[in-house]
Design a protein around this ligand. Structure first.
Ligand SMILES: Cc1cc2nc3c(=O)[nH]c(=O)nc-3n(C[C@H](O)[C@H](O)[C@H](O)COP(=O)(O)OP(=O)(O)OC[C@H]3O[C@@H](n4cnc5c(N)ncnc54)[C@H](O)[C@@H]3O)c2cc1C
Length: 608
């Protein structure tokens, strides 16, 4: 076993390494954003010389590296794969390119950047792209509609996702206005019995007017399913308002999902305030996607920019153990991905930016004893949520936004990608020229029987998963007199090789997603730990957004960097943190609820 050091401080000399494949679309680094200094004059020297090891090169690790490098720290990122971006990255399908094109683009699962994200967009603005005034942020484009596809011949619901053109003026946003709007949407677009729609609207009012303490101490412990009394309601109610807002979107079963998480993030921030254009990233719409495969549009320019700031990347490297000695982290045992070349790397500070199911394997008994919140992470749960790409012979946009196959047993969602990739010509740029489009679909439910084989996705072989997924997509999209998907259009498919052993006794998925059953909040650790030189980033860390997303990963990195700056007595400017929007009109009602909660009374609108 050998020892090596995280990088020594160095001049910021542009790209330091070109060791891995650069796609021909890669945007170069440079521009004003790269030169932004975030430390006050005179204090830069304090940061330079301090070495930080960032463990993991996903959104959280890269966000932390970005903030630290801009403040003069010497950052080295250790990453398991040979490419960066973690679950957010796109990946080429090896061997599919001919005639000077790039390999067909694939991904772990498609990317959605809701307009209410504000931390991540700030980082995206600071990643330069030639020709883009706002860097990578200018590569975001709006999806203008959502398609709630219904099976069994039922007409699909096309839901416009443009923000309201005549939103209520400040002060006009009242609870009765919200209730009326919701009831009219449910009346127009669904087959919910009127009393069920009214019940749901009233439950929403309860959550909207609940004070923070009630949300954290009561609603966090109540399952969304129970909060909306789904068990006693119609199948339509359960599908649309239960499963459709939970399992399909964030892989958490409605029966167990935290009411606080679903209510604050999905119902309020994403849908309600999103549609009203409140608390958004500038004039963003509810739904945004990138204008090219994720790595081309975002991760590759990010990597180039970070290299230009002096960040070093040690790829193909597995973090094995965070070593604790003498009251602090003394080093990190790493090896090559295949297990060889074991060594210990050292730095002044360490940020663990691994997903929780991997991070906790690297924390030994001594480190866990130093901070009990690490052991509590054992109670956090991750589950399967993985995509399959279908390459199609004809352009198949389906809808200008995302598709939610509400009746699919595997909680299928999808997006037609090529329509958004305006700078790309799919057959000219990718594969062998035959594919015109890529329908990127995600399975969020791997444990329920499907419609073709009667097996769960985890019980199926890879080929069966693909056949079943296609059948469920067709079930939602090819009915009511139209044929959106044709078998003869399908050229091929791709699934992230992180999923292995399907069809065998022990299927595995290296890339799982944190889920949000009740009580998750209490086990989420803070970015600051009790170990003075050890910090946590990642979508499982406690953040205001409180949902395992790229926004949460970015916010957690900001919190970790701020904690590190404190520990370092740094005079550098702290990372700004944007919290979820709080409509001022509802604050007085929440204050009333605060008093009622303290007195042990239910929320005014809570009739049970
Ligand atoms: C199918 C799917 C679709 C999603 N869609 C969206 C979406 O549309 N919008 C959204 O906001 N969020 C989405 N998410 C969630 C989002 O992808 C994640 O929350 C976010 O990317 C997490 O970032 P992270 O840095 O915390 O973790 P990761 O992305 O998992 O990054 C962690 C990194 O650590 C590396 N690593 C792991 N173990 C080790 C080790 N032992 N040694 C070294 N390196 C290691 C990994 O390879 C990875 O690169 C989706 C998730 C899934 C699964």
């Amino acid at each position: 076993m050998t020892t090596e050091h995280a990088q020594e401080p160095q001049e910021q000399t542009g790209l330091t390494r070109s060791g891995h494949t650069r796609r021909r679309f890669l945007a170069g680094a440079g521009g004003a954003a790269g030169a932004l200094a975030l430390w006050p004059a005179g204090s830069a020297k304090a940061a330079v010389g301090k070495r930080v090891a960032v463990l993991g090169g996903g959104v959280s690790g890269l966000s932390a590296a970005h903030e630290l490098a801009q403040r003069g720290y010497a950052v080295t990122v250790y990453e398991y794969y040979d490419t960066l971006g973690g679950k957010a990255r796109s990946m080429p399908v090896p061997g599919t390119a001919t005639g000077g094109r790039a390999d067909l683009p694939a991904e772990h699962g498609f990317r959605f950047f809701p307009g209410f994200y504000r931390n991540l967009p700030d980082t995206m603005r600071r990643i330069p792209v030639p020709g883009n005034a706002n860097g990578v942020h200018d590569n975001l484009v709006s999806g203008t509609e959502a398609l709630f596809a219904r099976a069994g011949g039922r007409p699909d619901l096309h839901f416009p996702l443009r923000r309201a053109t005549t939103p209520p003026r400040p002060g006009d946003l009242t609870l009765s206005w919200i209730r009326d709007q919701l009831l009219s949407v449910l009346d127009l677009g669904t087959r919910l019995p009127a009393h069920e729609a009214a019940y749901f609207a009233d439950r929403l009012l309860v959550h909207l007017t609940s004070c923070d303490a009630r949300r954290e101490e009561v609603w966090e412990k109540v399952a969304w399913w129970d909060f909306i009394r789904a068990e006693e309601m119609s199948e339509e109610y359960r599908t649309l308002l239960g499963v459709g807002q939970t399992r399909n979107l964030v892989a958490t079963r409605a029966e167990v999902a935290s009411t606080r998480t679903v209510g604050r993030v999905i119902i309020e921030a994403l849908l309600l305030w999103g549609l009203l254009g409140r608390g958004m990233d500038g004039d963003a719409d509810v739904d945004r996607v990138l204008n090219a495969p994720t790595s081309e549009a975002w991760i590759d320019p990010w990597e180039a920019h970070l290299r230009s700031l002096g960040v070093e990347f040690v790829l193909g490297t597995q973090v094995r153990e965070v070593r604790y000695d003498g009251g602090q982290v003394s080093g990190v045992r790493v090896s090559a991905r295949d297990g060889g070349d074991e060594r210990t790397v050292t730095a002044d500070h360490y940020i663990s930016a691994l997903p929780v199911e991997h991070a906790r394997l690297t924390w030994g008994p001594a480190l866990r004893a130093a901070d009990p919140q690490l052991a509590r992470c054992d109670a956090l749960q991750a589950d399967w949520m993985t995509g399959v790409m279908f390459y199609l012979r004809t352009p198949t946009p389906v809808v200008h936004g995302h598709i939610n196959c509400l009746d699919s047993p595997w909680s299928v969602t999808a997006v037609g990608q090529a329509q958004f990739w305006k700078g790309r010509d799919f057959p000219r740029d990718y594969g062998d020229g035959r594919a015109q489009d890529c329908l990127s679909a995600i399975i969020s439910e791997w444990d329920k029987p499907g419609i073709l084989y009667g097996k769960t996705a985890k019980e199926c072989t890879k080929e069966e998963v693909v056949a079943e997924l296609w059948a469920q997509l067709k079930d939602g999209l090819n009915d009511a007199g139209k044929t959106t998907l044709r078998d003869e259009d399908r050229l091929g498919w791709f699934m992230d090789p992180a999923v292995t052993g399907l069809g065998g006794p022990d299927p595995q998925n290296r890339e799982q997603l944190l889920i949000h059953p009740t009580g998750t909040l209490y086990n989420r650790p803070t970015a600051r730990t009790k170990v003075p030189n050890f910090f946590l980033a990642g979508d499982y860390v406690r953040t205001d957004v409180d949902l395992a997303t790229m926004e949460g990963a970015n916010e957690s990195a900001r919190l970790a960097v701020n904690a590190l700056l404190e520990a370092d007595n740094s005079g550098a400017e702290r990372c700004r943190i944007w919290e979820l929007y709080r409509p001022p009109e509802l604050e007085p009602l929440k204050r009333v609820d605060e008093v009622r909660y303290k007195l042990g009374l239910p929320n005014t609108f809570d009739l049970g």
